[in-house]
Design a protein around this ligand. Structure first.
Ligand code: AMP
Length: 115
C-alpha cells in the first residue's frame, strides 16, 4: 500500500484542515496556499499519478472534479470562478505521489505556468 503524507492526513496521524470527506475522497487546505483558497481533493483509492488511472477508474477523477465544484459553490466561489489542476510527475511539478486535484480560487489567477 502507498503511504504518502496524504495517507497520514486521512488516518489523522498528522494534522490538516479537512473540509470534506465521503466514502470516495477527502479534501483539506493546502499547507502552502498558492491562492486565497487552495484546497486539495484526494481519492481514497491509491494511484500514484494520473498515468496510473485506467479508463475503468475514470469516475475516481470525475468525483474529484465534481466535489471541487460542489465545494466552490458551497463557499460562494463558483460565480467568480476557480481553477482545478492536477500535476503529473517531474515536469508537471508533482511532489506527492498520491493523485490529487488542486482547487485554486478567491482572486483572479495568472495564466498557466510556463517553463
Ligand atoms: P503537488 O505538487 O501537485 O504534488 O501538490 C502537493 C501539494 O501538497 C503541495 O501544494 C503542498 O503544499 C501540499 N502539501 C504538502 N504537505 C502538506 C500537508 N502536510 N498538508 C497540506 N498540504 C500539504
Amino acid at each position: 500500500m502507498s503511504d504518502t503524507i496524504f495517507h497520514k492526513i486521512l488516518r489523522r496521524e498528522i494534522p490538516a484542515k479537512i473540509v470534506y470527506e465521503d466514502a470516495h475522497l477527502f479534501a483539506f487546505h493546502d499547507i502552502a496556499p498558492q491562492a486565497p483558497v487552495h484546497v486539495l481533493f484526494v481519492p481514497k483509492q491509491d494511484f500514484a499519478t494520473l498515468n496510473d488511472v485506467p479508463d475503468s477508474d475514470a469516475l475516481v477523477i470525475g468525483r474529484l472534479a465534481t466535489a471541487a465544484a460542489a465545494y466552490a459553490k458551497a463557499q460562494g466561489l463558483a460565480e467568480d470562478g476557480y481553477r482545478i489542476v492536477m500535476n503529473c510527475n517531474g515536469d508537471g511539478g508533482q511532489t506527492v505521489f498520491q493523485i490529487h486535484l488542486h482547487l485554486l480560487a478567491g482572486a483572479p489567477l495568472g495564466r498557466f505556468g510556463t517553463p
